[in-house]
Ligand binder design. Structure first.
Ligand code: K1U
Ligand code: ZN
Length: 169
């Protein structure tokens, strides 16, 4: 297994739209293992393949307290969204240190394949529903800061560029 580098906003590669996966093969199994290791190491509750510069429709999630219930969602699709939404505080491993409110559906049903290629539907609410929506946005090339005002987003962009320059010194 290996830790994968996570792309940082405003890297333009974060805006790539991911392609569907047609085979759950050995390469995919290795990628899933590496993404889970990377997510746990970064103390995240989710990670999209886009964030590790792989532009395929794959996300991993673990919202459990004990960090022992990994979920693998291949080719995820939202098949139902609740009529109600709420404002939720979000963070992102690609935008370290930034937290802000995003309006999300309270509950979603998500159809996806697991690592054995089996199709299943996940009925999610709470943090899992928020996380699924956040990760599925990554697969569409969307980062949560794009829901914020242009003023906030530009401030975040400037902060991230400055932080990267200082890290490189
Ligand atoms: O996609 C990612 O960058 C992972 C992201 C997922 C996420 C967090 C919070 C709301 C929605 C989606 C993270 O895991 S950021 C890590 C973090 O700050 C966090 C961890 C646990 C709960 C809440 C935030
Ligand atoms: Zn994110």
């Amino acid at each position: 297994m290996a830790l994968l580098p996570i792309l940082c906003y405003p890297d333009p590669k974060l805006h790539t739209v991911a392609k569907p996966i047609d085979a759950v093969d050995e390469r995919m199994k290795t990628l899933v293992a590496d993404m889970l290791e990377t997510m746990y190491d970064a103390k995240g509750i989710g990670l999209a393949a886009t964030q590790v510069d792989v532009h395929e429709r794959l996300i991993v999630i673990d919202v459990s307290e004990e960090r022992d219930q990994p979920m693998v969602l291949i080719n995820p699709e939202l098949v139902w969204t609740s009529p109600t939404t709420h404002l939720n505080e979000e963070g992102c491993l690609s935008v370290p240190g930034i937290y802000d409110g995003v309006e999300r559906f309270d509950a979603v049903h998500c159809k996806a394949q697991d690592l054995s290629g089996q199709a299943r539907t996940i009925e999610a609410d709470g943090l899992l529903a928020v996380c699924i929506q956040h990760e599925m946005d990554h697969l569409l090339g969307k980062v949560f800061v794009e829901y914020l005002s242009p003023l906030k987003r530009n401030r975040i962009k400037t902060k991230m560029i400055k932080a990267r320059r200082e890290d490189a010194r």
